[in-house]
Ligand binder design. Structure first.
Ligand SMILES: Nc1ncnc2c1ncn2[C@@H]1O[C@H](COP(=O)(O)OP(=O)(O)O)[C@@H](O)[C@H]1O
Ligand SMILES: [Mg+2]
Length: 357
């Protein structure tokens, strides 16, 4: 369905113009990403479906190696050469990105979608002045003149809280602190007024105070400009602070999705329960601080049935054989879903945690 462009970006360049679509702004369906490795084929993303509405922030959480980064890279079209999308759809504003060529994607990266990486130093050009790196997108994608793009860069530097932007415009990335470099990355990500920003653990390398400042900045920018966010992290309190919805990933698959508070306070998957119980800083009724036993599954030869069953305290025989796709919970709010066959056990465990010993 098309209609008048209700989004904030009606004035952007021609490459950015797309149909205004009712429904989710980004919809990923049954995404599969495989990596050719020496020890076999890694099924890094194995049937992930998720959606993000306009202006919404979705947190994507899970242990290291669960496929979070590969999911984001697949969405942006920047997978490493050994990885490829084997099936699935990634529909942004009504257009499926999966069949698009790299040059087609170049019209989408920047104006529609951008990414903030964990390590800004590797994403920034070390020999190019910071201001010019921020101005590049508007010049290339929005047809701005050199001086207009420079003005835009200065405005963005102000917006992301870089002090003394006139002077810092001419500086190089190594002259910036880690936190300031991440602000530069965010300015670049915002520079063409995208619909959605993908963040891959953008604050993990920063100390706690700076981390908090960057998170506040992102939250404010999203609220002000209505840009959507997918925020990858293993830090649950950060998700609670920044995101409205959360998707929990385990072994290349989603195991639980829903409203952040519902999922973190009342989990319906044993893996999520394990995460919230073992996290010292997340608000849950009873943090036992006991780590989930066992280790993450192999993504070359994953366990049969539910991938979490070898580590699960509630596992039954059927968990070892039945595939466990996400299913919506009866009576839950929008996209409240779990992949657990026996989620009532989880519900009972949460109830018991509430009562206490
Ligand atoms: N270049 C690669 N070669 C082989 N396996 C890889 C490569 N990159 C990532 N993987 C594997 O893909 C899986 C998903 O990785 P990733 O998406 O980076 O996880 P996360 O971001 O959740 O920590 C992991 O099992 C990881 O070991
Ligand atoms: Mg990662």
């Amino acid at each position: 369905m098309t209609g008048p462009d209700m989004t904030k970006r009606g004035t952007a360049g021609p490459a950015a113009a797309g149909p205004a679509v009712a429904g989710p702004m980004l919809e990923v369906s049954d995404l599969h990403v495989q990596i050719a490795a020496r020890h076999g084929t890694v099924r890094a993303v194995d049937g992930v479906s998720l959606e993000v509405a306009g202006g919404e922030a979705l947190g994507l959480v899970g242990e290291s190696g669960s496929g979070k980064s590969m999911t984001l890279r697949a969405i942006l079209g920047v997978l490493p050469p050994e990885a490829r999308i084997t099936s699935g759809q990634i529909v942004l504003d009504g257009v499926d990105l999966v069949p698009l060529s790299n040059s087609d994607l170049n019209h989408i990266r920047g104006p529609k979608m951008s990414m903030v990486f964990q390590e800004p130093m590797s994403a920034l050009n070390p020999v190019m002045r910071v201001g010019h790196q921020i101005a590049e997108g508007p010049r290339v994608h929005m047809g701005y003149s050199r001086s207009k793009a420079a003005e835009r860069a200065l405005e963005l530097m102000r917006r992301v809280g870089i002090p003394d932007p006139e002077r810092r415009f001419r500086a190089y990335p190594h002259e910036f602190s880690g936190g300031m470099r991440q602000r530069v990355m965010i300015a670049i990500a915002l520079s063409c007024d995208p619909e959605i920003i993908l963040c891959d653990e953008p604050t993990t390398a920063l100390d706690v105070t700076i981390q908090d400042q960057i998170l506040r900045l992102l939250a404010r920018l999203c609220a002000d400009s209505g840009v959507s966010l997918i925020f990858v992290t293993h830090d649950l309190p950060v998700v609670a602070q920044l995101c409205q919805r959360v998707a929990v990933m385990y072994g290349g698959q989603l195991v639980e999705t829903g409203d952040v508070r519902e999922v973190l306070l009342d989990p319906r998957h044993p893996y999520t329960l394990g995460l919230v119980r073992s996290a010292p800083d997340v608000e849950y009724v009873r943090n036992s601080l006991v780590a989930i036993p066992g280790s993450p599954p192999s993504l070359v030869t994953p366990p049969s049935g539910c991938r979490f069953h070898p580590r699960c305290e509630f596992a039954e025989e059927d968990c070892k054989v039945q595939p466990t796709p996400l299913r919506e919970l009866p009576g839950g709010s929008r996209s409240r879903a779990t992949a657990c066959l026996h989620y009532e056990r989880c519900q009972d465990a949460v109830a018991a945690d509430r009562v206490g010993p």
